[in-house]
Ligand binder design. Structure first.
Ligand SMILES: Cc1cc2nc3c(=O)[nH]c(=O)nc-3n(C[C@H](O)[C@H](O)[C@H](O)COP(=O)(O)O)c2cc1C
Length: 195
C-alpha cells in the first residue's frame, strides 16, 4: 500500500494551504493510500546549526520533534508539502524542517550511503501545494527551488507538473470559494496515489 505523507507548513491552522492539503489527502485515501499528516506549527523543530556531525554519522545531533518527522519521511512513498508563501519563499516552519534534512544530504553526498527507508517501495514522488495572497508571475519561484533541493536530498522525485499553485488567496477561509482549486487538490491526491 502506498504511504502518503502530507506536511502542513502553515502557522495558521485550518488555513488555506492546509484546507487544500486535506482535500489532497482525501483524494489519496479514496484511491487506497495510507495517509498521515503532520502540522509543523506548534512542533518543536530547531534550525540546523551546521555542526556537521551528520557528515560523520548521518544522524542529527539535535534532539527535538524532528525525530517524528524523520520517521515519517523515511516511511513515505508520496510526500506533499502544503505551504503559504511568506516573503516570496517558504515560512520559517517549513525551512527549519527542510534544513534539518541536511543529514540526508550528508548520507547521500558525503557518506555516499543509501538513505534510511522503513518501507521498500522503490519510487518516491513529491508535490507542492502553494498558496499566496498576491498574483505575481514569480510568486512560487523561491519556494519551488528550495523544494526541488529538499526532494533531492531525500531522494524523492519532484512532480513539478502536478504542483498546485494558487494565487490571490489571502484571508483565512478564502480558499473555500475557489472550488476549482479544491477539486484540483482532490485530484492531485488521487493521481499521486495511483502513480
Ligand atoms: C509573514 C507573511 C508573509 C507573507 N508574504 C507573502 C508574499 O510574499 N507573497 C504573497 O503573495 N503572499 C504573502 N503572504 C500572504 C499569505 O501567503 C496568504 O495569506 C496565504 O493565503 C496564507 O495561507 P495559509 O492560510 O495556508 O497560511 C504573507 C503572509 C504572511 C503572514
Amino acid at each position: 500500500m502506498v504511504m502518503f505523507l502530507g506536511i502542513s507548513a502553515s502557522p495558521r491552522l485550518g488555513g488555506n494551504s492546509e484546507t487544500l492539503l486535506d482535500q489532497t489527502m482525501a483524494g489519496a485515501a479514496g484511491a487506497g493510500a495510507e495517509v498521515s499528516k503532520i502540522r509543523l506549527a506548534g512542533m518543536n523543530i530547531h534550525g540546523c546549526t551546521e555542526c556537521n556531525d551528520c557528515y560523520e554519522c548521518g544522524e542529527c545531533s539535535t534532539a527535538d520533534d524532528m525525530d517524528r518527522v524523520y520517521a515519517l519521511l523515511e516511511r513515505a512513498d508520496r510526500i506533499v508539502l502544503a505551504s503559504p508563501i511568506f516573503f516570496m519563499g517558504l515560512p520559517a516552519q517549513a525551512k527549519a524542517m527542510i534544513d534539518r534534512c541536511q543529514r540526508y544530504w550528508a548520507i547521500k553526498y558525503i557518506l555516499k550511503e543509501p538513505l534510511p527507508r522503513r518501507t521498500g517501495a522503490p519510487l518516491r514522488y513529491g508535490a507542492f501545494i502553494g498558496v499566496g495572497g498576491t498574483r505575481g508571475e514569480r510568486l512560487f519561484d523561491g519556494a519551488k527551488l528550495t523544494i526541488r533541493y529538499f526532494f533531492d536530498a531525500i531522494s524523492v522525485s519532484p512532480r513539478e507538473d502536478l504542483y498546485l499553485l494558487v494565487r490571490g488567496v489571502d484571508a483565512k477561509g478564502e480558499i473555500e470559494s475557489r472550488q476549482a482549486a479544491l477539486d484540483s487538490a482532490y485530484k492531485l491526491g488521487e493521481t499521486l496515489a495511483k502513480l
